[in-house]
Design a protein around this ligand. Structure first.
Ligand code: NAD
Length: 283
């Protein structure tokens, strides 16, 4: 495994690219927006140098890792030599299917196609390609370079060989993996969305302030982050798309909190927009 392609250079794509470049993959990052690629390149360079200064990354490895990275808006250029592609575009089924169809045309027959979807069916995405046996979900966590887990989600036709390749790639990226049979939301998103939605409902009902709900979960239940600060980190638009999918597939228990819908309509998307359940400043 030498060539790893990342499609979508947002929050998750740039994190996956950062981690893969340090693990000595030749990484090509593709996005439809040139501006998103510029931002991702800038983020990766700054974060890697900062991590080296703080002693988390070997300073000697930084230049080599940065040289492993290339960026393009051309899907053809990004995918034609890939051994594995990790797709991290928006959480929309139609968009993911279109990306997988294009990748299936461009990539060599051996290429494994992985989606970083948080909730959606890798079987449904894979069914639109000529290689459902070589498709699966690899669900990374945010921020990718810090979080230890990848959920490996097996679709209906995913082969044992493909699962084994995904586990090997995960190990090379320095991650632990768990194997999950496909069901909406897998293990983590299904659980996390429910906890986050309950916290939002409590905030809306006036049970406690955002800061006190988060503090209660951290100090009382030993969660490393509160559910509302975590939702702000994920992005409230992404969280709403996840909730909508779980609501459609799993039912009433997952109905998105009206406060979440209101915030997204207002453009309060969490950290990335400067405000969500909390306010964020550049410094
Ligand atoms: P994001 O909004 O930060 O980035 C998405 C990127 O995809 C954008 O840069 C956009 O320009 C690009 N894109 C859109 N259409 C494209 C196309 N056709 N081809 C190439 N690029 C395209 O999104 P994100 O938060 O990084 O989420 C990406 C995926 O990862 C989603 O499926 C999401 O559910 C999943 N995920 C997100 C998190 C999280 O915490 N944000 C965690 C785990 C998984």
């Amino acid at each position: 495994m030498k060539f790893l392609t990342v499609v979508g250079s947002g929050t998750m794509g740039r994190g996956i690219a950062y981690t893969a470049a340090l693990a000595d993959f030749q990484v090509c990052v593709q996005d439809v927006q040139a501006e998103a690629l510029d931002k991702a390149k800038d983020y990766i360079e700054k974060e890697m140098r900062k991590s080296a200064e703080r002693g988390f990354v070997d300073p000697g490895a930084v230049d080599r890792a940065l040289a492993n990275l290339s960026y393009t808006t051309s899907m053809e250029e990004a995918a034609r030599n890939a051994d594995i592609v990790i797709e991290a575009v928006f959480e929309q089924m139609e968009l993911k299917i279109n990306v997988f169809k294009a990748l299936d045309e461009i990539c060599p027959p051996h290429t494994v196609l992985a989606t970083n979807t948080s909730t959606m069916s890798p079987t449904e995405i894979a069914a639109q390609t000529s290689r459902p046996d070589r498709c699966l979900a690899m669900h990374f966590f945010n921020p990718v370079h810090k979080m230890k887990l990848i959920e490996i989600v097996r679709g209906l036709d995913t082969s044992d060989e493909t699962v084994a390749i995904a586990k090997q790639v995960g190990a090379r990226l320095g991650k632990e993996t768990v194997e999950v049979n496909e069901f909406p939301g897998f293990v983590t998103s299904r659980m996390n969305c429910l906890i986050g939605n309950e916290a939002m409902n409590m905030l809306m009902e006036g049970v406690a302030s955002a800061a006190d709900i988060d503090k209660a979960m951290k100090l009382g239940l030993n969660h490393p982050m509160g559910p509302l600060e975590l939702a702000d980190l994920v992005g409230l638009d992404s969280r709403l798309r996840n909730m909508e999918y779980l609501y459609q597939t799993l039912g009433e228990k997952y109905r998105p909190c009206p406060l979440l819908i209101k915030y997204v309509k207002a453009g309060r998307l969490g950290r990335k927009s400067g405000s969500g359940f909390y306010e964020y400043h550049q410094d």
